[in-house]
Design a protein around this ligand. Sequence first.
Ligand code: CMP
Length: 148
Amino acid sequence: METTLILLKPDTVQRWLIGQIISRFENKGLKIIWMKMMNLSEEIINEHYDFLADKPFFPKIKSYMTSAPVVAMAVSWTNVIKTVRILTWATNPAEALPGSIRWDFALTIDWNVIHASDSEETAQIELKRFFKEWEITNYTKISDETVG
Ligand code: CMP
């Protein structure tokens, strides 16, 4: 099983969308193994968006990501990284597919409601970044047996 990091961003929290977006993952049968609401420090934002530090929109990302808490989640399933990226779709909601989370909920590329790890390697780094006290919630879901 793979695990990925998902962040429900401040606009999701502000717009009462937390439940609707989590439902997308539950409806798909993915296994939530960790979830917490947290305020992001400048340090964690600098680390998480280091690859965008020289972009003109970086200050906007910082003020957006500190404008309200985020909900950080670790979600597991076979091929979960690809599955979640399909559910989420393009960074820019204008380029997302109808029915995807970003098409259905996101307003703009700046306020795009969700972050999801883009590869297994990134997921490992991001999970450790957001869950320093990394302890996967250990429970068996009845559907676990169906996953190879
Ligand atoms: P995310 O998937 O969290 O990764 C990088 C974030 O930068 C992206 O979502 C957007 O919220 C944000 N962003 C803002 N403007 C841009 C842009 N022009 N191109 C790419 N990402 C942008």
